[in-house]
Design a protein around this ligand. Sequence first.
Ligand code: SF4
Length: 466
Amino acid sequence: MTQQEIYSQSITAIFKIGIGPSSSHTIGPMDACVRFCKLLQEQQVLEQVARVQVILHGSLALTGKGHLTDLACVVGLSGVCAKEVSVSQRQEILQKAIQEHTLHLAKTKNISFNLEEDILFESEALSLHENGMEVCAFNSKQDLLLKEIYYSTGGGFIYTEEELKHKTTNSTKPKHNAFDFSSAKELMELCEKHRTHIAGIVDMHESALFGQNYARTYCLEIYKAMLECYKNGVSSQEKQLPGYIGMARLAPKVYTRLNKHPSQADPLAMVDYATLYARAVSEENACGHKVVTAPTNGACGVVPAVLLYCHHHIKPLETEQIVDFLLTCAAVGYLYKKNASLSGAEAGCQAEVGTASSMAAAGFAFVMGGNVRQVLSAAEIAMEHHLGLTCDPVGGLVQIPCIERNVVGTIKAISSARLALEDGYQAKVSLDDVISTMYEVGKALDSKYKETSLGGLATHVHIPKC
Ligand code: SF4
């Protein structure tokens, strides 16, 4: 099995460290271009390459400018992946490529480059997914040396055309290991069989894939990155978010206000703090800074916000509890990835913020003492009240409605866990039911409401370009 295949089976891979503003439109295309660089090396044609071209299709083309997809491809073609790139390194690569017309392909050789001619936008989608892209390499005579098609299916996951065909036609695939699961029902049965909670099953699954303690170490790295992102979000000196909308960065102001006048006596203080956590992380994402997909970049504020809210306002969490919180969230995200979608372009914002809220509700219910049934109910409730949510970002930027949507997704996660933990609560809708409903609704949504910026808020809100 290749590294890529093993990685695609990982549950904790639902969390990835990368850069904003979009996991499907920034991280995915960047990492697809890195994969293409490796392919050039494997096929031993890298030395002959004189020019590369990327054609972005469907949603990648329609909202690619606002999501910085073209610039992400430039960084990826330079051989630098989303996890490793720093803000200054990205600036350096872009300056060289755009102003000096030179691309340092695959960290190996300089070729000439022209952003307008070498990264093209083609609104027609490719056949397998709304987020498709063709990457081509030519020699000095303009002969095609190599071409690959990639799909960015949400949450930073990428597949070649062959891999995606195999994935979509092989729904009855055997389990990866004894701790793998395809439904919430199977997950519950595994928990009963092994007398453990959801986090325990994920831990054993990841140990079977990558070795003992992998999941715990990975989650600590993720937690550290989430915390750093939050701290950067509240301490930023930038006054505005990038882009023509001119949105103010509000998190630092809210942070200062809450520090000066802690609002414990205010019965609505909970809303202010949850808002602060989700906003700080989402604003970092909108600025293209380091964030953690959870399960996507657009929805990256919800899971850390619920975690921080719990830790600072309900009860301080031990390191092990933080890890278990994240592992529980990951299990729920994995179910959506496996049986539905994490992509706004495929299923609307219900697949992004809805899934994030569902994940966070599960993690919160678990650390509040919920049993497996209650944890899965919390996840179900959170999604039930996101069904039908459109993806219609204004100007193709991940700002309106995205940032406040993270805030509201956070509040819904907390209240969903609360509902599920109520003594005597009887779940009549299963998590499996709501996941398949979300996918059905998402498929039925008109494409103008699926990350194309051709409908909804994107066309009704008119903000003059400054
Ligand atoms: S509306 Fe939702 S799905 Fe669409 S870009 Fe914003 S956060 Fe992502």
